[in-house]
Write a protein that binds this ligand. Structure first.
Ligand SMILES: Nc1ncnc2c1ncn2[C@@H]1O[C@H](COP(=O)(O)OP(=O)(O)OP(=O)(O)O)[C@@H](O)[C@H]1O
Ligand SMILES: [Mg+2]
Length: 277
């Protein structure tokens, strides 16, 4: 049943335009980067073409996790030094990676005609090559992160059972809801001891969101604390079997029939970045 749902994801991806999904958290170290690369791999293995972006101004450490160090990033592309093809690093079949460097922020300072042209090319490149673009974001409520997350079709929030992580996840949802009028959120609880613990944490976040915001939080599921992962990351192989299984189940709960916004993702992002700069 799980595979069937992911197959649907693939079909949807082929019929509609590129989907943009971002992974964010209030507190750091909750597992965003690990979830992003594993999510990319699972979606890719189901026949979708996936691009992972560290929407992290170079701090995401995706490259460290994967053991690759791209010499050029989106910033160099925006500066006209390289083509997009030159900054995209293939990881495996259907899965590629692009480092944003300070690229996203740099967009705002470009002259309008150059910018329009770039936005058009980015949009066109993504539509031509990818079903999904996944953004790994830095923790917290930095304005670039708020712009990225609220421009995406699917905003995924990650927390762990730590009270500070839960409080910060709520804080992030609240800011996105109040400042960016984002309503729908998808929650993953990582590093749990049991699925009951995950459900309890989701429920506590859902209740405060319902009381104090207009945000609607959907529960995607939990991932167990798994000490094997640390060893694998040391060996720069972030793909662990148990983690993959749990994340595959989580992915079947994502909305498969996204209605694209009237304006394109990149245009929307730019408008938001400008407003916030
Ligand atoms: N389910 C898990 N079980 C055990 N360890 C985990 C699990 N998920 C993540 N980790 C570990 O937690 C640490 C932080 O993970 P990761 O770098 O993905 O977090 P992050 O949210 O991207 O951090 P940052 O906010 O700094 O970008 C890593 O050492 C990773 O191996
Ligand atoms: Mg990270």
């Amino acid at each position: 049943m799980e595979t069937q749902a992911l197959h649907l994801l693939k079909m949807e991806g082929k019929e509609r335009r590129t989907g943009y999904l971002s992974i964010a958290s209030g507190k750091g170290g909750v597992g965003k980067t690990l979830i992003t690369v594993n999510m990319g791999r699972i979606i890719g293995k189901n026949g979708n073409k996936v691009l992972i972006v560290d929407g992290d101004l170079g701090l995401s450490n995706i490259h460290l996790m994967l053991g690759i160090t791209p010499s050029k990033n989106l910033y160099h592309y925006f500066m006209g030094e390289v083509s997009l093809e030159e900054v995209v690093v293939p990881i495996e079949e259907n899965l590629s990676f692009i480092s944003s460097g300070s690229g996203v922020r740099e967009l705002v300072s470009l002259p309008p005609t150059q910018l329009k042209n770039l936005i058009y090319r980015l949009q066109e490149y993504a539509e031509r090559n990818y079903h999904w673009v996944l953004f790994d974001t830095p923790p917290g409520i930095h304005s670039d992160t708020l712009a990225l997350v609220s421009s995406s079709h699917i905003p995924v929030i990650v927390t762990t059972p730590e009270p500070t992580a839960i409080a910060d996840a709520y804080g992030l949802i609240k800011v996105l809801n109040q400042e960016e009028t984002l309503k729908e959120f998808y929650l993953i609880v990582n590093k749990v001891q049991s699925s009951e613990e995950g459900k309890r944490i989701f429920e506590s976040i859902r209740v405060v969101c319902e009381k104090f915001t207009s945000a609607e939080v959907q529960y995607l599921g939990s991932i167990r604390y798994n000490p094997k992962i640390i060893r694998q990351i040391v060996n720069q192989n972030p793909f662990e079997e148990g983690f993959t299984k749990e994340l595959t189940h989580i992915l079947t709960k994502l909305p498969l029939n996204i209605k694209p916004h009237p304006a394109g993702f990149w245009e929307r992002l730019l408008t938001k970045l400008r407003r916030r700069s």
